[in-house]
Design a protein around this ligand. Sequence first.
Ligand SMILES: NC(=O)c1ccc[n+]([C@@H]2O[C@H](COP(=O)([O-])OP(=O)(O)OC[C@H]3O[C@@H](n4cnc5c(N)ncnc54)[C@H](OP(=O)(O)O)[C@@H]3O)[C@@H](O)[C@H]2O)c1
Length: 287
Amino acid sequence: MIIIGCGYLGRLVASESASRGKPAVGVVRSAASAEAARARGAQPLVLDLERDALDALDCAGRDLFHFAPPPSSGLEDTLTARLISAFEQYGHPRRLVYIGTTGIYGDCEGAWVDETWPARPTAERAMRRWDAEQRLREWQRASGAELVILRVAGIYACDRLPLERIRSAQPIVAVDEAPWSNRIHAQDLAAVCLSAMERAPDGAVYNVCDGNPSSMSDYFCRVADAAGLPRPPQIALAAAPGKVSAGMLSYLRESRRLSNRKLLDELGVTLRFPTLSDGLADCFGRS
Ligand SMILES: NC(=O)c1ccc[n+]([C@@H]2O[C@H](COP(=O)([O-])OP(=O)(O)OC[C@H]3O[C@@H](n4cnc5c(N)ncnc54)[C@H](OP(=O)(O)O)[C@@H]3O)[C@@H](O)[C@H]2O)c1
């Protein structure tokens, strides 16, 4: 098994895989990430997938997780393009499970969205993700290898909560004006990744979220409550430009409620944290 981009999520998957007696190779860029991957049972391989020669990447016939994000600018995922070229030169994996984002749906005006909803990415980061999906689909058709695409919502976990942001009292949009957003607990996501590798039908696409959408503002307030911190100050949506970061602003331009029905029915996954309350109770013993 190979984990391309063995960061936070990769380490969770690597450690579960090692405990099942299948240690993974974890591809990272930095020495620090290599050490962290090793500590979780992965055999690290340090490579910059955007720059280095990729002949050391032996993927032929292997199970491969692709968790590395696209470059931070442009409309294309040149990292995924390079990875596909490496497969063509040095051998194709048996199956590739790709982590993309639900941002590819763009603004859905609060509608419930399943995997048949058309892709209409508007943010550049989502366009790069859509580019990756299309490249991978093309590669799947041409190579005959297997592909599963996971469109992932906002990832949270006990050690990935926005506590610093809350402590610094950065403003949020008023709860009653905030658009819908969606989340998944990192541990559930790691379990979904392993199930997708083991038993998803070839070519399947899944929304990966807990199925209980709320808004980003509700999320910040509930994390603050659970952590015993003051809730962030609330501002009107119209006042957000200039008062929240450009990244946050781009999330505020999109509203959708994601269905995880297909994930639950077809993969037979039982989420450990089906609601934010479950996740926060695990972190703080209450929520
Ligand atoms: N944050 C969210 O809510 C969210 C939502 C949906 C999807 N996602 C996506 O889910 C995936 C996994 O997330 P994560 O939290 O595990 O991310 P992460 O901790 O940042 O891990 C990403 C890994 O990719 C490696 N990487 C990046 N560029 C590389 C390159 N050019 N060559 C080799 N390795 C490279 C990094 O290596 P170094 O550490 O050595 O740089 C790191 O190990 C990411 O693609 C993320 O964008 C995130």
